[in-house]
Design a protein around this ligand. Structure first.
Ligand code: C2O
Ligand code: CU
Length: 446
């Protein structure tokens, strides 16, 4: 039982280690981790490390259940795909999150609390921190908070007695009316006049957000799992379910109170309205301390170089696949078919680079997530994506007004069966999911 809505009102959650959100796991490149998950719930679970480059046995396939009362060890090698060192440096992730992925019941399991952060570093990111381009997670402010804070954004519905309400019959996408940030409704955070890094994660089932600050703007340093090529100035950042925005907020010239707010309106699982509303709904209140400003991370300025990107080139593409995301009989299909965990929907070879055309429409928005490898966004409806939305993504927004997304994806290391799906969790549970089976010899050269 935890206090989410207000002090003294207790809510039962399902949490990793009983925590909501789950404990933040930190890992370092080249240091493999084994995480043992015990299932003490009465429902099945399966754990996916979202954004991870993980062997299929540990990727949380939807029917690779951990049955109630049992446990499973997940092996995270903490490596990046790629044949060359530059490629492996380009593809190494920073901000992953782990969450439940059990077939048909992921929506309820995640909603009740089964989500946490999995953060990674490597020499490159440590150098960026040492050279003052990123705030240091090993440094603490005078309130005892690190200068690098993961932030989970969710929306929930509560009964008057504080229990979480979930509607298993809502197949359009479940929305709540209370915003819950790192497990607290209406939270505040004391901050110093300094730069802080926030890993903003949309862990909601179906709600899209466009985030804004009531004063100031963001310095975006990463998108989904990966650091960007350079620091980008943003007035707002948009995150669909499962997407992350890795941002730095500079509070040095701020004073008083600054709110992180959501300016998108959304009334159903169809997706958000087109108009933005300012002022928006406050999610998190920053109380800026009046003490002297600290000039930490002085090199975190627009244009500062972060992680180099090795692009997938057009001439590497060996085939094109098309996937149409649609609604049929009140449920959700890809290319007219419901998810079947035993059927392969695509069979790329290890080493292949492919063009995938993701088609949507019909007035519904779908955040499309592909496991195992990053999606290099080539075009949204024929248009080039902005810098911060191209290159590496692990989830892309197939919005109702953006009916076609063209991506490049390269299957570099692990053979095996992986899924791709809509990350509106109710759509996912109602079978908007497919399997790609990477063909290759699992044995490696000694
Ligand atoms: Cu975030 Cu297949 O999941
Ligand atoms: Cu969807």
């Amino acid at each position: 039982m935890v206090e989410i809505v207000r002090p003294g009102l207790f809510t039962e959650i399902w949490g990793y280690n009983g925590m909501f959100p789950g404990p933040t796991i930190r890992a370092r490149k080249g240091h493999p981790a084994v995480v043992r998950f015990h299932n003490d719930l009465y429902v099945e679970t399966s754990v996916h490390n979202h954004g991870g480059h993980t062997p299929q046995e540990s990727d949380g396939f939807p029917d690779a259940f951990i049955l109630p009362g049992l446990y499973k060890d997940y092996i995270y090698p903490n490596i990046a795909p790629g044949d060359t060192l530059v490629e492996q440096e380009s593809e190494f992730a920073s901000t992953q999150w782990y969450h439940d992925h059990a077939m048909d019941i992921t929506g309820e399991n995640v909603y009740r609390g089964l989500a946490g952060f999995y953060l990674l570093t490597d020499d490159l990111e440590e150098d960026l921190i040492a050279n003052g381009k990123l705030p240091d997670y090993k440094d603490y402010d005078k309130f005892g908070q690190p200068f690098d804070i993961p932030v989970t954004v969710q929306d929930k519905l509560f009964s008057r007695r504080g229990s979480m309400i979930y509607d298993t019959f809502d197949h359009d996408g479940f929305l709540g009316d209370v915003y819950v940030i790192n497990g607290k409704a209406q939270p505040y955070l004391n901050v110093q006049r300094a730069k802080y890094r926030f890993r903003l994660l949309n862990a909601s089932n179906a709600r899209f957000y466009e985030l804004r600050l009531t004063s100031g703007s963001f310095l975006q340093v990463g998108n989904d799992s990966w650091l960007l090529g350079e620091v980008v100035h943003r007035n707002t950042v948009s995150i669909a379910p499962a997407e992350r925005a890795d941002v730095v907020i500079d509070f040095r010239s701020a004073s008083g109170v600054v709110y992180l707010e959501n300016i998108l309106e959304q009334d159903d699982g169809r997706g958000p309205d087109d108009d933005r509303r300012i002022p928006g709904t406050p999610l998190l209140k920053f109380i800026v301390n009046s003490g002297p400003a600290i000039n930490n991370a002085p090199g975190c300025v627009p244009g500062a170089a972060l992680r180099p990107h090795v692009a997938i080139r057009e001439d590497e593409i060996v085939r094109t696949r098309e996937f149409e995301f649609d609604r049929e009989h009140g449920a959700w299909v890809i290319n007219d078919r419901f998810f079947d965990p035993d059927r392969d929907d695509a069979d790329p070879q290890v080493g292949d680079a492919e063009r995938w055309i993701l088609e949507g429409g019909g007035g519904w928005a779908h955040p499309i997530h592909i496991h195992l490898e990053a999606q290099q966004v080539q075009r949204y409806d024929g248009r080039l994506p902005p810098l911060y939305d191209s290159f590496k993504k692990d989830t892309v927004q197939l919005r109702d007004d953006q009916e076609e997304i063209e991506i490049f994806i390269k299957f570099r290391t692990f053979p095996g069966r992986y899924v791709f799906h809509c990350h509106n969790l109710e759509h996912e549970d109602m079978r908007m999911m497919g399997v790609f089976h990477v063909q290759g010899d699992p044995f490696q050269c000694l």
